[in-house]
Design a protein around this ligand. Structure first.
Ligand code: MOS
Length: 738
C-alpha cells in the first residue's frame, strides 16, 4: 500500500474553492418553483383555522399547502420503518401541533421572495393546550425507552451494593448537558422533481439510499421510483442522517404544483424540525479502594425526547465499556417534552456520556489524591468488561503515554489553583476519548475505461469529510493507477448501495468494497494483457506482474510493460468492469470494536473575570489505519473544536413559556471562531485494526469531540478549584469563586 495514509490534497478541493461544486439548493432546473416552510408558533395544541386567502391572492403564488388540502398519504404519512430509521414526520395530515417550530404549511411561488412574502400573509389560529417544555418540571414523567438505538436500556454486572461496600472512597455527583442544535454551514435543502411516477430529489443528506427508501415509504411507491442525488454536503453531523419532514413536503409540493420545487430551511428552522442533541441529566455513584481500584459504578441518565418519538441519548454506552469496573449498573430514562425530536448529533451519547464519566473520574482522582491519568491506567480495561470480548485492537496505553509526554503532563502540580501566571489561573486536565468502530455492508463498482482511466463509484456520501479523496486513494492503490486517473463518484442512490454516513462508518464500510472491486478490475486487466500475444507482457508469470501508474509491468524487467488503454483497445475496446458487495463477517461476535484516544488540555482562567481560554489541546488517537493523514487530521481537529464549543459555549436555550428556542440563530447560538481555538496537536497511533476490514480502517468522524468537554471542565477545576458539572462551562459559573 503506497498511497494509503498519504496526506493527499482533497480531490474536490478545487471544485469547492472555485464554487463549481453544486450543493442541493444550487442545481439549475427549468420552471423551478420555490417553497417556504411555515412552522407552528405554539408548542402544543391544534390548528383551529387557517386563512390562506391573502397569501393565495398574491402574484406568483402557486400553492398554499396545509393540512386542509395536502395530499393524503398512505398510512397517514407515518413511515412503515420504525424510528429512528423512519422518523415521525409532520406531513400536514392532521391539525395537531406537537412542538413549536413544527411544519404546519408550505407556500410555493415562482420566486423565493414571493413565497417568503406569501408565507407571512398566512393567518393561522391555534387552539393551545398545555405543553411540557420544562425538563425539571417534566422529569417525574421519565420512563424507560425500549432498546434505544438497538442497545440495552439498562445493564447490570456484578453486585453494585457489594462494590459500594468494598470501596471506601466515594463520588456522588450529577452532571447536566444542555440541548444543542446541529448547525452545519449548509442548512437542510431539497429540490424535488417528478417525471411521471419517478421522483428525483437533490437533497443534502448523509444517506442517499436511506433517504430514497424513507421517502418511497412515505409515498407508498417503490424504492426504485425515488432517486436521491447529493454530490456535495456542507456538513451533516447527524441531523442529515434522517429524512425529515421538509424532504417529503417538498416532494408533495412538487406533485401538487406540477413543477420542480426547491425548499431550503431558514437558519431558525434548524432549531426544531430536524433534530437536536437532547438535554441530559446524569447521576454518577462511584466507589474505589484507596489505591484507585474501582469497585462499583452506577450511571443513571435521563434525557429529553419529544412527545412523538422515544429517541434516546445513549449516555451510558461509554460507561459500560471504558473501565474494568466489576460491579456496575447503568440506566437510561427519557422525558417527553413538546420540543422537536432529538437525534444523532456527533458522537450521540458518547459526547454527553464521556463528559459525565470523565468528570466523575476526575472527581474520584481528586478525592483519592491520585493523578487522574494514573487512576485511568489503574482501571485500564484489557478486554470489553460488558461484552466480555477481547478488543479488536486497543492502543489506549500508548495514547496516554504519548499524549502525556507531548503535553508535558508531568509539569502539572497536583493541587487545584496551584499554577498561575499573574492574574491568570492555569489549569491542566485530561480525559479519555472513545467511540465504537462501526461497519456495515457496502457495494461498489470499478470500471477501467478505454482511455486508460478508471471510474470507481459507490452510493456513499462525502459530508465534507474527505470521502472522495480517501476512496480515490484506496481505488488508485488497489488498481495500480495514479490518483489523477481515477474518477470517484458518490452521492447518488442509483449507484451501488452504501450505508448512511453516520456512526463514523463510511470509511470502514466503503473502503473494503472499493478495494475489492478495484483489485478485481486490476486482475482482469492483468489477465487480458497476459493472454494477449501482442502484449509486451505476454507470457510473463503472474507473480512477476504489477500494475504501475496504469501500466501492466514486469517486476523483474520493468521495460516490459503495457498501458491499460492499449490492452483494452486490442481486446475490442470494451471497458473492464467489476462490482461487488462486501459485508462484515462474524468478527463482531468475537471482538469488541472501538477507537480510543487521550485528550490533554490547558486552560487559562482570568482570576477576576472568570473568562476561560483554551490555549492548547493535545490529542492522541488509536483509530486503526489512517487513510489520509491530512483529511484525518482535519476530522479530528473539527471534532476537538466542537468539543471546545460544547465545553464552553453551546446551548440552545428554551423559553419555557412558549417552548421556543431563544437563540435560534448563529449570532446567539455560540460556536467557536478561530480566536477561540489555540494550538491543536494531533497524533495518530496508525495501527491497523486486524479484524475490522481488509484495510484495518476504523471511522474517525466522531471520536474527536469525545472527552474534550470533560478534559476542559477538569482543567477548569484544576485552575480554579471550582467543579462545574453543568455544561457549558461559562464564566458566570466560575466568576467570583475563581
Ligand atoms: Mo453521526 S451523529 O452518527 O452522523
Amino acid at each position: 500500500m503506497n498511497l494509503i495514509g498519504q496526506p493527499v490534497d482533497r480531490v474536490d478541493g478545487l471544485l469547492k474553492v472555485t464554487g463549481e461544486a453544486r450543493y442541493a439548493a444550487e442545481f439549475p432546473e427549468a420552471r423551478l418553483a420555490h417553497a417556504v416552510l411555515v412552522t407552528s408558533t405554539i408548542a402544543s395544541g391544534t390548528i383551529a383555522s387557517i386563512d390562506a386567502s391573502r397569501a393565495q391572492a398574491l402574484p406568483g403564488v402557486l400553492l398554499v399547502m396545509t393540512y386542509q388540502n395536502a395530499p393524503r398519504l398512505p398510512n397517514g404519512g407515518r413511515p412503515a420503518l420504525a424510528p429512528p430509521a423512519g422518523r415521525r414526520l409532520s406531513l400536514l395530515q392532521d391539525n395537531q401541533v406537537h412542538y413549536s417550530n413544527e411544519p404546519v404549511a408550505v407556500v410555493v411561488a415562482d420566486t423565493l421572495e414571493r413565497a417568503v412574502d406569501a408565507a407571512r400573509q398566512l393567518r393561522i389560529v391555534y387552539q393551545q393546550s398545555s405543553a411540557a417544555v420544562d425538563f425539571a418540571l417534566a422529569k417525574p414523567n421519565a420512563h424507560a425507552p425500549d432498546k434505544p438505538q438497538g442497545r440495552q436500556t439498562d445493564t447490570q454486572r456484578g453486585s453494585f451494593e457489594d462494590g459500594m461496600q468494598s470501596g471506601p472512597v466515594h463520588v456522588n455527583a450529577t452532571y447536566t448537558t444542555p440541548i444543542e442544535h446541529h448547525n452545519p454551514m449548509e442548512p437542510h435543502a431539497t429540490m424535488a422533481r417528478w417525471d411521471g411516477p419517478q421522483l428525483t430529489l437533490y437533497d443534502s443528506t448523509q444517506g442517499v439510499s436511506s433517504a430514497a427508501q424513507a421517502v418511497a415509504k412515505v409515498f407508498g411507491i417503490g424504492p426504485g421510483d425515488v432517486r436521491v442525488i447529493s454530490p456535495f454536503i456542507g456538513g451533516g453531523f447527524g441531523c442529515k442522517g434522517s429524512s425529515w419532514s421538509h424532504v417529503s413536503l417538498c416532494a408533495m409540493a412538487a406533485k401538487q404544483t406540477g413543477r420542480p420545487v426547491r425548499l431550503v430551511l431558514e437558519r431558525p428552522q434548524m432549531f426544531g424540525p430536524v433534530g437536536a442533541r437532547p438535554r441530559t441529566e446524569q447521576r454518577f455513584a462511584i466507589a474505589a479502594r484507596h489505591d484507585g481500584t474501582l469497585t462499583a459504578m452506577r450511571h443513571d441518565s435521563i434525557s429529553n425526547t419529544s412527545t412523538i418519538e422515544d429517541w434516546t441519548e445513549t449516555c451510558c454506552m461509554v460507561t459500560r465499556m471504558l473501565y474494568a469496573v466489576p460491579n456496575q449498573v447503568t440506566t437510561h430514562r427519557i422525558v417527553p417534552l413538546n420540543l422537536g425530536t432529538p437525534t444523532f448529533m456527533r458522537a450521540p451519547g458518547e459526547t454527553t456520556g464521556s463528559f459525565a464519566l470523565e468528570s466523575a473520574m476526575d472527581e474520584l482522582a481528586a478525592a483519592l489524591k491520585m493523578d487522574p491519568l494514573a487512576l485511568r491506567l489503574k482501571n485500564y480495561a484489557e478486554a470489553d468488561p460488558q461484552e466480555n470480548k477481547p478488543w479488536s485492537g486497543k492502543s489506549l496505553r500508548e495514547c496516554y503515554r504519548i499524549g502525556a509526554e507531548k503535553f508535558g503532563w508531568s509539569k502539572r502540580s497536583a493541587a487545584p489553583r496551584s499554577m498561575r501566571n499573574g492574574g491568570t489561573l492555569i489549569g491542566m486536565g485530561m480525559a479519555t476519548a472513545t467511540y465504537p468502530a462501526n461497519r456495515s455492508e457496502a457495494a461498489a463498482i470499478a470500471r477501467i475505461l478505454p482511455d486508460g482511466t478508471a471510474m470507481v463509484a459507490s452510493g456513499t456520501q462525502d459530508l465534507g469529510t474527505g470521502t472522495y479523496t480517501v476512496m480515490t486513494q484506496v481505488a488508485a492503490d488497489a488498481l495500480g493507477f495514479s490518483p489523477e486517473n481515477i474518477h470517484f463518484a458518490l452521492g447518488d442512490s442509483t449507484l451501488p448501495r452504501a450505508p448512511v454516513s453516520g456512526g463514523s462508518q463510511s470509511a470502514a464500510s466503503v473502503s473494503p468494497a472499493v478495494r475489492e472491486v478495484a483489485s478485481q478490475a486490476r486482475n482482469q486487466l492483468i489477465a487480458l494483457a497476459l493472454a494477449d500475444p501482442a502484449s509486451p507482457v505476454h507470457g510473463i508469470a503472474l507473480d512477476d506482474i504489477t500494475v504501475d501508474n496504469g501500466w501492466v509491468t514486469s517486476r523483474s524487467q520493468p521495460g516490459k510493460r503495457d498501458p491499460a488503454a492499449a490492452i483494452i483497445a486490442r481486446a475490442g475496446g470494451k471497458p473492464i468492469e467489476a462490482t461487488s458487495t462486501v459485508k462484515p463477517g462474524d468478527e463482531k461476535q468475537k471482538y469488541s470494536f472501538h477507537s480510543f484516544g487521550a485528550v490533554f488540555v490547558e486552560v487559562h482562567v482570568d482570576a477576576d473575570l472568570g473568562t476561560i481560554r483554551v490555549p492548547r489541546v493535545v490529542g492522541v488517537y488509536d483509530v486503526g489505519r489512517v487513510l489520509n493523514e491530512k483529511t484525518a487530521r482535519s476530522q479530528l481537529m473539527g471534532g476537538i473544536v466542537w468539543g471546545v464549543g460544547a465545553a464552553l459555549q453551546e446551548e440552545s436555550s428554551v423559553d419555557t413559556r412558549y417552548g421556543r428556542f431563544t437563540n435560534a440563530n448563529l449570532a446567539e447560538y455560540h460556536v467557536p471562531v478561530n480566536a477561540d481555538i489555540g494550538a491543536l496537536d494531533i497524533t495518530f497511533i496508525d495501527q491497523p485494526d486486524p479484524y475490522i476490514n481488509s484495510l484495518g480502517v476504523r471511522g474517525i468522524g466522531e471520536i474527536g469531540i469525545t472527552g474534550v468537554p470533560a478534559a476542559i471542565a477538569n482543567a477548569v477545576y484544576h485552575a480554579t478549584g471550582v467543579r462545574v458539572r453543568d455544561l457549558p462551562v461559562t464564566l458566570d459559573k466560575v466568576m467570583g469563586v475563581a
